[in-house]
Design a protein around this ligand. Structure first.
Ligand code: SAM
Length: 238
């Protein structure tokens, strides 16, 4: 079977005991960046061999990995941070395993969007995960779609595009929308800032250069106040 193992998004204490044990037990760990994972392995005394699995070679190596697992090798997949396949390589391998009837077990664990969503204070009973928007082509189309959503949506964005992204949110969703920016989650300078989109733009413009990793959470469209006739009067109720 294939184990998909989340790794910390900042704080190494977020690595689970089960994750460490699986990474020690398997024969090979495929990693997005073997040097990044090597540092994690050193910290937890994991000596399992690492091999590369990233967006540039995943199409090529997926079949080999499935064959390795079928021949009896125990294999795990990690990304640089968080859960593989969430805005990271992993989907192709998970799908290929399923298609070849190889069991896929994804351990629960670190990911950036869940703490960003839950700490935003915005409704999280339903939500849409968008991840990274395309930089140029297709960006407007995605924004047009996001602007129509009733539920909270989540974006991954780089810090130098934060203000541009918040301004686009105003353009496509209106300035009244509530939002939240989660920065450096689980790290020393963790900050979760909430407010209207305009308040957030003012805050980050006055804050100088924005640094660190960022998740943007935006509330959904306000439900239209339904107008219904009060059967006892001619007035409309909201
Ligand atoms: N696989 C990861 C996950 O499960 O969340 C996501 C990987 S994606 C390449 C990296 C993006 O995740 C960053 O650009 C940022 O938007 C978000 N991210 C990762 N670590 C973060 C952190 N500590 N604080 C805030 N956002 C973070």
């Amino acid at each position: 079977m294939l184990y998909i193992v989340p790794t910390p998004i900042g704080n190494l204490e977020d690595m689970t005991i089960r994750g460490i044990n699986i990474l020690k037990e398997v024969d090979v760990v495929y990693a997005e960046d073997t040097r990044t994972s090597q540092r994690l392995f050193k910290h937890f005394n994991i000596e399992t061999p690492l091999r590369s699995f990233h967006s540039f070679n995943e199409h090529k190596v997926v079949k080999n990995i499935v064959d390795e697992i079928k021949s009896g090798k125990k294999i795990a997949l990690v990304s640089d941070a968080g859960t593989p396949a969430i805005s990271d390589p992993g989907f192709l391998l998970s799908r290929a395993c399923r298609e070849s009837e190889v069991k896929v077990i994804c351990l629960p664990g670190a990911t950036a969007f869940v703490p960003a969503l839950v700490s935003s204070g915005l409704p999280c009973d339903k939500f849409h995960f968008e991840g990274f928007l395309p930089h140029k082509k297709g960006r407007q189309t995605r924004w047009k779609f996001l602007g129509t959503l009733d539920e909270t949506f989540i974006l991954y964005e780089s810090p130098h595009r934060l203000i541009k992204c918040l301004e686009e949110a105003v353009e496509f969703c209106g300035e009244r929308r509530q939002a939240s920016v989660a920065r450096e989650l689980s790290k020393v300078f963790e900050e979760v800032k909430s407010g209207s989109l305009n308040q957030l733009i003012d805050y980050y413009k006055s804050d100088g250069v924005v640094k660190g990793e960022i998740v943007i959470v935006v509330s959904g469209k306000e439900p239209e106040l339904k107008k219904k006739k009060n059967k006892y009067s001619d007035q409309e109720e909201e």
